[in-house]
Ligand binder design. Sequence first.
Ligand code: AMP
Length: 283
Amino acid sequence: MEVARTPEELTDLLRNIPHEERGFVPTMGALHKGHASLISRALMDGNRVIASVFVNRLQFNNSEDFRNYPKTPEEDLKMLAQAGCTLVFMPEERDLFSGDFRLKNYDLGFLEHTMEGKFRPGHFQGVAQVVHRLLTLTLPGSAYFGEKDFQQCMVIRRLIETESLSVKMVTCPIIREQDGLAMSSRNLRLNQEERDQASFIYQTLQKCRSRFRSGDSSAAICEEEARNLEQRGLRVEYLEICNERDLVQVDAFSFGATGRRIFLAAYAGKIRLIDNLSLEDED
Ligand code: AMP
């Protein structure tokens, strides 16, 4: 596995890999099995896998969160090599944003005004800037993203469309711990009490799903289950049942309707966690 530290080194090392064989997996490091699953999928699709590890300051609306974001570069490199990556791009901020890089303003529509967009102002603009930059540098045939960040997947799909990028986007299911907690680099920062609280997130999503299926209204479910989580010590930012297509909230279960999902963001102590669950799948 080769490691590129600058855009120039990356371009040089990519020369031998045809675009259509490049499977790109962008990450912010502190890698876990969720990231590994994206790499496995990219390999299964027949790609040579290019991963990036870059903690993107532009997508942090909270500077403390940025400063404290876990960094494990040596373990990451080992994991990426074991997982079968061909090439890793691990740039410094000054190198990634040098040369012809200019900040843009992306039209992300409603995505910027609901859930993650609403509670993390500027977050998706930051994601779009860096993913656009990385896609422009790596020019992959396919790029892999996790449904853990479902709204982010929608932002990237929109970015690919509006910027006419010729890359196929592949989304992959959420990988969970044994108790159901969605794997996340931020889980490393939870103390025991917060980790115990966090395990109620998945239980709550499952409970919301069964209540929704049995006919309770979305409003009642979300209000009551958010309150239950607060009683467990979590601070809920949002709990919403929405259409996957446009993230507009749905009122109630209706037979035959598909593509609905429940979304949640909550703090365990100072650590902000997000998760989501399809209301149709049995996962
Ligand atoms: P991050 O390093 O958190 O920016 O994540 C990099 C990529 O890994 C994103 O596409 C995430 O959606 C994906 N990812 C993170 N956690 C998980 C997980 N538990 N299951 C599946 N994909 C994940």
